[in-house]
Write a protein that binds this ligand. Sequence first.
Ligand code: SF4
Ligand code: SF4
Length: 206
Amino acid sequence: MLSLTNRKKIVSNKEQNFSEKIYLPGVLKGMSITIRHLFKKKATIQYPEEKRPLSPVFRGRHVLKRDENGAERCTACGLCALACPAEAITMVAAERKPGEEHLYREEKYAKEYYINMLRCIFCGLCEEACPKEAIFLTDRIVDTEFWREDFIYGKDKLVEPIEKDKRIDVTKRQTPAVLAFKKIPGLRHNVLYEPKKLKEKKHHQH
Ligand code: SF4
Ligand code: SF4
């Protein structure tokens, strides 16, 4: 028959010889490859006892940062949710009441804030979009869970602890440009809440 392509293969039906019939040489050849690999450097590690070193800018579980005074930095502007390609972020905004300046840095804050870790692709776009340096990805891994709803992280899991020694260090993720911006005096974004000054201001108003 006329062949239309060059891909045709002639299959040989040749009889197996004795050594092929007993499979032994084939088995020994396979075992020799296995034994050779026993002495080579292993590609696998004994996780979780052993952990691979992660990059300082590894994109893992998020943190919602507090400022130097312990106030939550997030102002519920929604830019992170808008930037998120996986639509993993949602939040409910609220207005800060007088006397809550030590809790929330801005006049508007996130009363509720959720990230669905099952939707998240850890791209880091939320971190880049945030104008308040409130959200950062960290080198922490998302915990394993039994139930899907447990992967929806609320503020209880996202906001960092108030104790200074338990805060999450994100300095390695902050670019020199951001750090220089924080040092510019007079910018409202950089102004910290100081209870003493606030009291003085109120006093002058009366
Ligand atoms: S890391 Fe990417 S996918 Fe995950 S919440 Fe942020 S923007 Fe969305
Ligand atoms: S984390 Fe940043 S971008 Fe997202 S709502 Fe809060 S302030 Fe806005």
